[in-house]
Design a protein. Structure first.
Length: 82
């Protein structure tokens, strides 16, 4: 039986990511693992309040369509929110 409560992580944040934002090594070195965890938790909250549900819907629709096409099935209509 499939466990519907199994988590599937959608992202991680690395110190290298802060370099991409233009942070210096000195700034990044000031952040402990606990600080990085706080940053990740804040990002998770922002993502859930923002685009998470839209991105989930798009990704799930694409995967289902790919699966149906691979099996030669007609794509299912997306569920209606009405």
């Amino acid at each position: 039986m499939m466990n519907w409560s199994t988590p599937f992580p959608v992202g991680s944040v690395y110190r290298f990511d802060l370099q991409h934002l233009g942070w210096t090594n000195e700034q990044i070195d000031q952040l402990s693992d606990l600080d990085m965890l706080k940053i990740a938790n804040k990002m998770q909250g922002m993502y859930l309040r923002g685009e998470f549900w839209k991105h989930l819907e798009v990704a799930a629709d694409e995967v289902l369509q790919e699966k149906e096409q691979a099996h030669g099935e007609e794509p299912m209509c997306k569920k209606s929110n009405t």
